[in-house]
Design a protein around this ligand. Structure first.
Ligand SMILES: *Cc1c(COP(=O)(O)O)cnc(C)c1O
Length: 360
């Protein structure tokens, strides 16, 4: 099997395997599995030297372009242990296709999607003992591409590494499924149309840290970003997309270039529509949200993303004012979507959209 993929396998010696972490204290992205996937790209050979090898440090020249100009893209997906102890992935091809869109924007090489998905499945099978058995815990998968040419000119690198590392994770938010407090910034912005807000590139996250720290000091877990031109329209929240339910309509901002097109966002839109819920992708201003909340028409707010799946919002903090949403409780639709998506991802529910891929 390994040879068919053109992927070499270099296994960790049995006596050198890591001790598994306490399944009840996994945290997020702290522990890493025994193996990783790695392949390299250059102009003459294209992608080559693909292998599943022991998880290891890289030795990189300090001039490597990724360290200076941030030519780096990544993805985030999960492996789930579900029905009959089987392992599942959720829409993995879509993640790597999105990564190829990111690659295009960042002048990086495209991935052979089918091959990479096959290699990922093989690696998860090899690491199957790392997929947690605890309820809600999963194996988080982080595909990453970095520019490794050692050269200080500002131009696209002529060589890259693509690698996949995996980390067993517990619930994403420390508060668990409790509604979060969200800070709305009317000062700092995340992305502009024509920029790279719709690309999963490293620099976006570096740029968001300053505002995140301000939010944390104010007792909030995430930042809700407004558009960069008018500081008026809602964009997204932290590393999640955002949804509002007003008068039974489910509303999320449209993908117009500054928002990351989340796969969870897309799945929620499709699931909700299939249940007969009125869904709308349209611009929504923060004034409209707060006005709807004031008049009792805002039923619930939640974020969507692979890490947390659905994260209900219990409170908004905007211009020194606190706004309580839905009495600070998880909304009915958020709860239904969370349960349904988890059941699909774990193979317990019929999968009407063919999202789930079995491993092994
Ligand atoms: C990854 C990400 C999301 C969510 O995407 P999913 O595919 O649902 O995990 C939303 N916003 C940003 C900025 C992201 O980086």
């Amino acid at each position: 099997m390994w040879e068919d993929l053109g992927v070499a396998l270099e296994k960790v010696d049995k006596d050198k395997l890591k001790k598994k972490p306490d399944p009840d204290k996994l945290g997020f992205g702290v522990h890493f599995t025994d193996h990783m996937f790695l392949m390299k790209w250059n102009k003459t050979d294209g992608w080559h030297d693909a292998r599943i090898c022991p998880y290891q440090d890289f030795q990189l020249n300090p001039a490597c372009m990724v360290f200076h100009y941030g030519q780096a893209i990544f993805e985030g997906l999960k492996a789930y242990r579900g029905k009959d102890d089987q392992l599942f992935l959720f829409r993995p091809k879509d993640n790597f296709e999105r990564m190829n869109n990111s690659a295009l924007r960042m002048c990086m090489p495209r991935l052979p999607v089918d091959k990479v998905v096959s290699a990922l499945k093989a690696m998860i099978y090899l690491e199957k003992e790392w997929v947690p058995r605890t309820e809600g815990a999963t194996l988080y998968i982080r595909p990453t591409m970095i520019a490794v040419e050692p050269m200080l000119g500002v131009k696209p690198s002529s060589s890259y590494y693509f690698y996949i590392i995996m980390s067993p994770v517990g619930a994403y938010y420390a508060e668990g499924c409790n509604p979060t407090k969200i800070y709305i910034s009317d000062q700092y912005v995340r992305a502009v149309k024509g920029g790279v807000g719709n690309v999963k590139t490293a620099g976006n996250y570096a740029a968001s840290l300053f505002m995140s720290e301000i939010a944390k000091k104010a007792g909030c877990t995430q930042v809700l970003w407004l558009d960069a031109c008018e500081h008026k329209y809602v964009e997204e929240v932290g590393t999640s997309n955002i949804f509002f339910r007003i008068d039974n309509q489910l509303i999320t901002p449209p993908l117009e270039g500054s928002i990351l097109g989340g796969l969870t966002r897309d799945s929620v839109l499709k699931l909700a529509a299939s249940w007969g819920i009125d869904v709308a992708e349209r611009r929504i201003s923060i004034d409209e949200v707060l006005e709807a909340n004031g008049s009792g028409r805002l039923q619930e707010v939640f974020g969507t993303g692979t890490a947390a799946v659905i994260s209900p919002v219990g409170e908004l903090f905007y211009q020194e004012q606190h706004y309580i949403i839905n009495n600070g409780k998880t909304g009915e639709l958020a709860a239904r979507l969370y349960t349904e998506l988890q059941a699909i991802q774990n193979g317990y529910r019929e999968d009407p959209f063919n999202w789930v891929v079995r491993v092994g």
